[in-house]
Design a protein around this ligand. Structure first.
Ligand SMILES: CC(C)(COP(=O)(O)OP(=O)(O)OC[C@H]1O[C@@H](n2cnc3c(N)ncnc32)[C@H](O)[C@@H]1OP(=O)(O)O)[C@@H](O)C(=O)NCCC(=O)NCCS
Length: 257
C-alpha cells in the first residue's frame, strides 16, 4: 500500500468521479460533469449508518468536514480489498499503544535523535511526562524487533493556547481537561516516509476524540505547516512559544464541538 498510496487515491478518485457524474446540458464540449456539490445524499447515508460523522450536519449546517468512525474505517478497508489494495500493512508491522514506564530511556534517546539540542525535550521533563501522562504518550512499536519506531505525546489542559511551560512543567497537566497540547511527534530516520507519523496522528486523534477531548494544539516550524495540514490540522498563526530560541507556528485540530 505504501508505494502505491498516491496511485490508489488517483484511481479511486477517478472511479468516484465516474460514479457521481451527471449530464451537463450547458452545451459545452464535455457532456458529463462530476462533483458539483449536487449530491450529498451519499454523505448523509454514510452518516446515518455511523460510518462517518458530519458534525456540521448534526447542527443543521453544511458539509465542510466529515470524520471517519472506527466502523467506517473497517468498512473502507474491506472495500479497498475489492480493489486489491491492502491498507493493513502498517498495523501488521507496528503496534500502537501507550508507553510503558520501562520504555522511558528509549523515548528520551529517540527525542535526542529527532530534534536538535535546543529543541529536544530534556530527559527529566520527558520522564516526568511519561510518569504522569502515559495515556497521552502514544508509541509505535516495531513488532519484529519490539523496539520503538516513533511516538506522539502531549498533556491535557483547559488552556486554549500554547506556552512553553507545557514542555517543562508537568504540573500544567490536568488529566480530565478538554484540550491536548502536543509536545512531540518523533519518527526514527529509518522508519520515515512510510506513513508512520500519519498513523500515529490518526490513532491519537481517534483515541482522544473518543475521550471527548475538544482540541489538539501543536507548534511547528513554518516548513512543517503543510505536513500538518495534510494530517488534518489548521494553521492558527504565529505562536507565543519561543522554545529553543526559535519562532513557531500554532496549529489546531477540533475533535469535538
Ligand atoms: C516529521 C516526521 C515526524 C515525519 O514522519 P514520517 O513517518 O516520515 O511521516 P509520514 O510518512 O507519515 O508522512 C505523512 C505526510 O507528511 C509528509 N511529510 C513527512 N515528512 C515531512 C517533512 N519533513 N516535511 C514536509 N512534509 C513531510 C509526507 O510526504 C506525507 O504526505 P504524503 O502522504 O502526501 O506524501 C519525521 O520526519 C521526524 O520525526 N522528524 C524529526 C522530528 C520532527 O520534525 N517532528 C515534527 C516536529 S513539529
Amino acid at each position: 500500500m505504501e508505494q502505491n498510496r498516491k496511485e490508489s487515491i488517483d484511481e479511486l478518485t477517478l472511479a468516484l468521479l465516474y460514479l457521481t457524474r451527471f449530464p451537463d446540458r450547458e452545451g459545452r464540449e464535455y457532456d458529463e460533469i462530476s462533483w458539483k456539490n449536487h449530491d450529498f445524499d451519499a454523505i448523509d447515508r454514510l452518516d446515518e449508518e455511523g460510518l462517518i460523522i458530519n458534525p456540521k450536519r448534526r447542527r443543521g449546517g453544511g458539509y465542510k468536514y466529515v470524520y471517519m468512525t472506527e466502523q467506517g474505517r473497517d468498512r473502507a478497508r474491506e472495500i479497498l480489498k475489492r480493489f486489491i489494495i491492502d491498507d493493513t500493512g502498517i498495523y501488521a508491522r507496528f503496534e500502537f499503544r501507550s508507553i510503558r514506564p520501562d520504555e522511558a530511556d528509549e523515548a528520551v534517546r529517540i527525542e535526542q535523535i529527532c530534534f536538535p539540542p535546543n529543541e529536544a525535550c530534556a530527559e527529566e521533563h520527558m520522564k516526568a511526562r511519561i510518569g504522569s501522562a502515559p495515556e497521552l504518550f502514544l508509541v509505535a512499536i516495531d513488532r519484529e524487533t519490539e523496539k520503538m519506531a516513533g511516538f506522539l505525546n502531549g498533556i491535557a489542559t483547559d488552556e486554549m493556547n500554547f506556552r512553553d511551560d507545557f514542555f517543562t512543567d508537568i504540573k500544567t497537566h490536568t488529566p480530565e481537561a478538554g484540550n491536548i497540547m502536543l509536545l512531540g511527534l518523533d519518527v526514527l530516520p529509518e522508519y520515515r516516509k512510510q506513513g508512520l507519523a500519519r498513523e500515529l496522528v490518526f490513532n491519537y486523534c481517534r483515541r482522544e476524540e473518543e475521550n471527548k477531548r475538544k482540541r489538539l494544539i501543536l507548534t511547528c516550524h513554518k516548513e512543517k505547516i503543510k505536513m500538518y495540514q495534510k494530517l488534518g490540522f489548521r494553521d492558527i498563526g504565529v505562536s507565543a512559544s519561543k522554545w529553543g530560541g526559535e519562532n513557531w507556528n500554532e496549529m489546531e485540530m477540533v475533535l469535538n464541538f
